[in-house]
Design a protein around this ligand. Structure first.
Ligand SMILES: [Zn+2]
Ligand SMILES: [Zn+2]
Length: 73
């Protein structure tokens, strides 16, 4: 089950141009792999997606995962 809370977070980011996880505004100029630019069409910055996908914590779960999983169903 994906919490509607996370979907709302993601929608808020789309509307406000802020990362739905760290709440910082996107910076299109910061295109480093862990920068503050938006990650593709995701409502998250590249840094948050990088941290999420690079984590080695087995039970890691965050708005990025919720969004990714929800969008693939
Ligand atoms: Zn972020
Ligand atoms: Zn995550």
């Amino acid at each position: 089950m994906i919490s509607n809370k996370y979907k709302q977070l993601a929608q808020d980011a789309v509307d406000t141009e802020k990362c739905a996880k760290c709440k910082r505004p996107f910076d299109p100029a910061d295109t480093r792999f862990d920068g503050q630019a938006r990650s593709g069409e995701k409502p998250f910055c590249r840094g948050c997606v990088d941290i999420c996908q690079g984590t080695e914590i087995a039970d890691h779960w965050c708005p990025v995962d919720a969004w990714l999983t929800g969008s693939e169903r």
